[in-house]
Design a protein around this ligand. Structure first.
Ligand code: CP
Length: 333
């Protein structure tokens, strides 16, 4: 049995196979690939795209879906091993995983970090425990990475640019009034380097570097393609000649859980917003974002409404790649 927890566990060629099949599903939406199959979607956090695209995707493949929001319409869940459950949680992930495995053929989960302690959150304990106790494949709908978004992103880039090898790709930090999850930034770094792009990480200071695990993986994927992962804090250098600009905001890890200390630092960098002047320095770059996006905070209306913005195409591709992922996992059981 194979899970889809992170693209780290999948080769570039196997991810490409899923994207290729997603392309065929985009042309032929309705196929009975999940006939008589059922999928549980566990949402610990809000969603628009992920929930809609997974629910519709399962239906379009002839399967059944059940959506659960632990703590809202389902019991609050504990996921620490050996914990004395005298708090809010009414049941343990061990029983949840086994019961849902008895009912369903796949389980997908969204569980963001708790934002208290990065050393704890970086272990991705909830989805790891779920995958350990489940006897059916588990899909990551965003925890500390967002692998479904990665495939949708690559699919959209390939639709626009063809071969991605050597194309200059800029992952730029942007301002946001709240500290956000690093998941999409980690994922952007992983997938762009894995597919051989010439990747630059643009962020305000060293404090906004991503977790060393992802920085090192990005570097090793880059080197496997004969490239170097570039880090810069200089906006002009980063945008110069770029083919792709991907925007994301994230909280600085040294201040994880102490966000009041980070706020005056973050507030100095509102000018990292993607605007027309910055995009004019690029090689007529594509712009994208995972969405949701705060207009005129992360990117200007002019950038988001330009014909170079492929965020909607990327969001649509979530539907197609997730159907392909589910089909792959069903065939690997
Ligand atoms: N990009 C993304 O996952 O969107 P939602 O948070 O709306 O699901």
């Amino acid at each position: 049995m194979k899970h889809f927890l992170t693209t780290e566990h999948w080769s570039q060629s196997s991810l490409q196979e899923m994207v290729d099949f997603a392309r065929s599903l985009k042309k032929h939406k309705f196929q009975p690939l999940l006939k008589e199959k059922s999928v549980a979607l566990l949402f610990f956090n809000p969603s628009l795209r992920t929930r809609t695209s997974f629910e519709l995707g399962v239906h379009q493949l002839g399967g059944q879906v059940v959506v659960l929001q632990p703590g809202k319409d389902a019991w609050p869940i504990e996921f620490e091993l050996g914990s004395v459950m005298d708090g809010e949680a009414e049941e343990h992930i061990s029983e949840v995983a086994q019961v849902l495995s008895a009912y369903c053929d796949m389980i997908a989960v969204r569980a963001f970090p708790k934002f208290h302690n990065w050393q704890d959150d970086r272990q991705d304990k909830l989805i790891t425990a779920l995958a350990n106790y489940a006897s059916v494949p588990v899909i990551n709908m965003e925890t500390i990475t967002h692998p479904c978004q990665e495939l949708a992103h690559v699919m959209a880039l390939q639709e626009q640019l063809g071969d991605l090898q050597g194309k200059k790709y800029v992952l730029t930090w942007t301002y946001h009034p709240k500290p956000l999850n690093t998941a999409v930034a980690n994922s952007s770094l992983l997938i762009a380097t894995k597919f051989g792009m010439d990747v630059t990480l643009l962020c305000p200071t060293e404090e906004y570097l991503l977790d060393p695990h992802y920085m090192q993986l990005g570097q090793s994927y880059s080197q496997a393609h004969g490239q170097e992962l570039t880090v810069t804090h200089d906006i002009d250098t980063a945008y110069e000649g770029a083919d792709v600009v991907y925007a994301k905001s994230w909280g600085a890890l040294p201040y994880f859980g102490q966000w009041e200390k980070e706020k005056p630092i973050r507030d100095q960098y509102k000018h990292f917003m993607v605007d027309e002047a910055k995009m004019a320095k690029t090689n007529n770059a594509l712009f994208s974002h995972c969405l949701p996006l705060r207009r005129n905070i992360k990117a200007t209306d002019g950038v988001v409404d330009s014909e170079n913005c492929i965020a909607i195409q990327e969001a649509e591709n979530r539907l197609h790649v997730q159907k392909s992922i589910m089909n792959t996992l069903m065939n690997k059981v």
